[in-house]
Design a protein around this ligand. Sequence first.
Ligand SMILES: [Zn+2]
Length: 510
Amino acid sequence: MIKVFNTMSRTKEIFKPLKAGEVSIYCCGVTPYNEPHIGNARPFVTWDVIRRFFAKEGYSVRYIQNFTDVDDKIIKTANQQGVTWKDVAEKNIAAYFKAMDALNIRRADFYPRVSDTMDDIIKMIQTLVDKGFAYVLDNGDVFYSVEKIANYGKLSGRKLSDMMAGARVEIDGRKQNPMDFALWKAAKPGEPYWDSPWGQGRPGWHIECSAMSLKYLGETFDFHGGGSDLIFPHHENEIAQSQAAIGDENSFARYWVHNGFITDGNEKLSKSNAEMVKRNKGFFTVAEVLAKYPGEVVRLLLLQTHYRNPLEFNEDRVKESQEFFGKLARAYWQLDTLARKIHAGEFVKDTGDKNFAITVSQAGGLVEVAERLLANFYAAMEDDFNTALAITHMFELAKEVGDYYGAFVKGEILPVSIDGDILLRVQAIYMEMASIIGIFEQPVPVEAADEEKSSNDDELVNALMKIILNIRQGARVTKNWVMADKIRHELKEAGIIVEDTPNGATWHRA
Ligand SMILES: [Zn+2]
């Protein structure tokens, strides 16, 4: 049972998909007028984990995310740089993909752009005009009339009368109501434009998401996501447009999921705040952060806070996350080392060994703990995608693996007595958790795991011991008991205990 906090109802609801076995998601993307900053990345990392989780739960997931490539800020940037709006958009969309790929964010099924969706946008505006929800001004501007729809403000919990009282001086006297918003803007000199029934112009901001979700997901779909700063007016306006055009107040998104802000410890991270950009100089865009720290470390940090809570982002926190990532990576390498030994046939079951029964139950204990932590991990994800809690369960398993591996290295668990199948199951559980969180998909840094060095040493010791025990066995075969005992005695002095069993000699550290 998956529970989701729905911004619309302000409660956690049990998720019931629109279509059995399918999940459809629309998430508002970026306006590519600049490089993505770390605040932009949060919703996309969140949705990437939610998508991975639903896929693991057996759903087929469809995920749509737009690019607002026709926009005031893009046009302004293009004019300042003396390039076209398309150049600005292309350059920053490329920067977006580069940054998000480094954060292991899987690509959406479609990335519709405003410039590619113009026909659908115009069609939807025409529907709103035809149905009387929108009005056209003499100059070709088209506005949405918020008074024509019941419950405008239902997502943000605002009342139209309060909003109007708060609007104070009416700036644009051509609007019927101060809260009316632009669906289409008549062309101004020096701006890109498209032909429409109302003359040349371009769309207002909100209409694109209504047109795109309708085109790619249909009239009704499961999730709509984005940062909580989009709740009003953007998502409120999307609802008004879509439900009016479709003619059904139950259509459009069924669950509204909004991310909390990222702050730098003082205030919300935002590209529009010049002070903040200055204060965080050199550590603000995703590219700047990734120049100093691995993407998976940054990703882990973003997921260690529940998506609805505010998240403080600064270099100290990234450093903490790097240390934490190192601890998770250590267990990754420990399991990897054991798995390599298993595949190399080093842990062959030997029922003749007197310790076998005891140590198998030790590994059995580990797999029981791992299964329990995996169940806890899923329970956390099912409770409103609580990645923060899920990660603590993964960390607990990392610690258990560390204890087991430590006992193995110390010789408390004999290689001969390790049940490979059980350990491979523990490794599979650990990697299942990692695959939902979305880490260990890039080369896992070896320096993060000090044990890797000692496990290399172990391999050398194992190889040398094999040679020594072979020599000793040769002495035994020729009945050279003096030599055989001398070898055993000297190994004991060096801290290695040799035991003769019916299946040959074994050794462990004292
Ligand atoms: Zn949107």
